[in-house]
Design a binder for this molecule. Structure first.
Ligand code: ZN
Length: 103
């Protein structure tokens, strides 16, 4: 698959789903990102940074533990959004507990 065909299917930006888009840009994951931004800020204020500059900072050792958690949370959220889109579900609560992740 060409990288241009790796479109993000959880937002309307028509963006290529790169690690940078996922972690720093995708509007579908904004609420989670904003929540974690408060934790980052408690250590170091990175809130004015965007894109690759933000990403570089998130992988510095002092922020890395929080970054690991945000990646895990956002990745699970992405799975739920994809599952919901594929199954035309109306609520996350329909996601069966311990069901296998479809991707
Ligand atoms: Zn997106």
């Amino acid at each position: 698959m060409d990288i241009e065909d790796r479109k993000c299917y959880i937002c309307d930006k028509q963006a290529v789903e790169t690690e940078e888009h996922f972690l720093t840009d995708c509007p579908a994951l904004k609420a989670t990102r904003d929540r974690y931004m408060e934790q980052f800020k408690a250590i170091r204020d990175v809130s004015s940074l965007v894109g690759i500059e933000l990403m570089k900072q998130l992988f510095y050792p002092d922020l890395l533990k929080i970054t690991a958690r945000i990646v895990q949370d956002m990745y699970e959220e992405r799975h739920l959004l994809l599952y919901k889109a594929n199954n035309k579900q109306t609520s996350y609560r329909q996601w069966p507990k311990n069901a296998p992740i479809p991707y």
